[in-house]
Ligand binder design. Structure first.
Ligand code: MN
Length: 381
């Protein structure tokens, strides 16, 4: 007999509103990839509205950056208002992407503070107590903080409350389990597994973009769209959590733009014209309309690569939304995509930069640089 569920939660994360990529724009000049990101967010909220869960949790990186554009803010506000008006308690914790390094910058989540049923959590850990269907639910939230030590202390001191019917932990960072669920970002925080395995009924994680069940009840929902080719094989969506005597989780996929990789095509001993024909053969009959496509060429000599007729190759993918080529003289194409690694805020970068230099007046230099950066951050453009 199926046990009747008591509390239903929708958990999602890493919507990265404001993220944009590639060059294609629409007739209004809006980046197409940015629009995809909004579309995935709106679709997720549409599904949530249909499901009508008891609680909604967003586990961080709602926005792609500390200073989202007016467009990103209005998309966020419009959708969150829908949940607010339905009376669904909606918990939104800050991730590393939207958390400013400087206190003076102010946090974009302050905007959500006056919305009914919405709990924006930023800068410090908080506990939210809810009463739903006669059950007491303690939600322990540990958002990304400006200070790493503060984050770690909050994480370590978050403990289930034995008097609550259900205890939920919400946090954002790279869990260190058998593997580390890193995004390769400078300002990401490591979460030791021991800090989140203390008896919570459910742990809602954000940061890592691939949906992952670390345990049955410790889950990364993943992002709602793909932010790089590293995520090419990942399904995107959200998690429905049913809390009763036991915990069950269900991943729900949402449609996202197709991302494809062609190859790797082995170019060893091939002349440029032969390479062209090989590419043509390997994509015969395929439709790339609206897709994001990457072509991999391996064992290709740099001089041969330079002499390739790139416009002919590009024309084979003219219907794609985005097309790029990666090549390597060796057997594999280097998987480190440095251009797509997100750099942390400018102040952290500056500190790291100065730290590596051999400067006489390091302290003064750092102080002065910080002052200028803070002043610049205070300006609009
Ligand atoms: Mn993150």
């Amino acid at each position: 007999m199926k046990e009747e569920s008591e509390i239903r939660i929708v958990h999602f994360a890493d919507t990265h509103l404001g993220y944009s990529a590639y060059r294609k724009i629409d007739s209004d000049g809006i980046n197409l990839r940015e629009k995809d990101i909004y579309k995935a967010f709106v679709e997720t909220v549409n599904r949530i509205v249909d499901i009508r869960p008891d609680i909604v949790i967003h586990a961080g990186d709602l926005f792609d950056n500390v200073r989202p554009t007016n467009r990103a803010i209005s998309v966020a506000l419009e959708q969150i208002l829908r949940l607010s008006k339905m009376g669904i308690p909606t918990i939104i914790i800050a991730g590393n992407h939207e958390t400013p390094k400087l206190k003076g910058t102010g946090h974009i989540f302050k905007l959500f503070e006056h919305l009914e049923n919405v709990y924006p959590i930023y800068n410090k850990a908080e506990r939210i107590n809810l009463e739903i269907k006669g059950k007491s639910i303690a939600i322990h939230t540990v958002p990304h903080c400006r200070d790493r030590d503060e984050f770690m202390e909050s994480l370590e001191s978050a403990l289930p409350d034995p008097s609550a019917d259900f205890n939920i932990l919400v946090t954002h960072g790279a869990v260190q389990s058998v593997e580390v669920f890193k995004m390769g970002e400078i300002n990401e925080y490591i979460i030791p597994l021991s800090t989140i395995t203390k008896g919570f009924d459910y742990v809602a994680l954000g940061h890592y973009h691939g949906f992952t069940r670390i345990r049955n009840n410790i889950v990364y929902s993943g992002s709602t769209e793909k932010m790089s080719f590293n995520e090419i094989n990942e399904e995107k969506g959200f998690v429905i959590v049913e809390l009763s005597k036991s915990v069950t989780t269900e991943f729900v996929q949402i449609p996202t733009r197709k991302m494809l990789e062609i190859g790797p095509i082995d170019c060893k001993d091939l002349k440029p014209r032969e390479i062209l024909n090989t590419i043509k053969d390997s994509i015969a009959g395929r439709d790339f309309t609206g897709c994001i496509v990457r072509l991999l060429l391996i064992n290709i000599d740099p001089s041969v690569y330079k002499s390739l007729d790139m416009s002919s190759i590009s024309s084979m993918f003219s219907k794609a939304m985005h097309f790029e080529v990666r090549h390597s003289a060796g057997k594999t194409v280097d998987q480190v995509i440095s251009s797509e690694v997100v750099i942390s805020d400018i102040l952290t970068e500056f500190e790291k930069f100065i730290d590596k230099r051999n400067l006489k007046d390091k302290k003064e230099f750092l102080a002065l640089g910080k002052k200028y950066l803070q002043e610049a951050e205070g300006e609009d453009t």
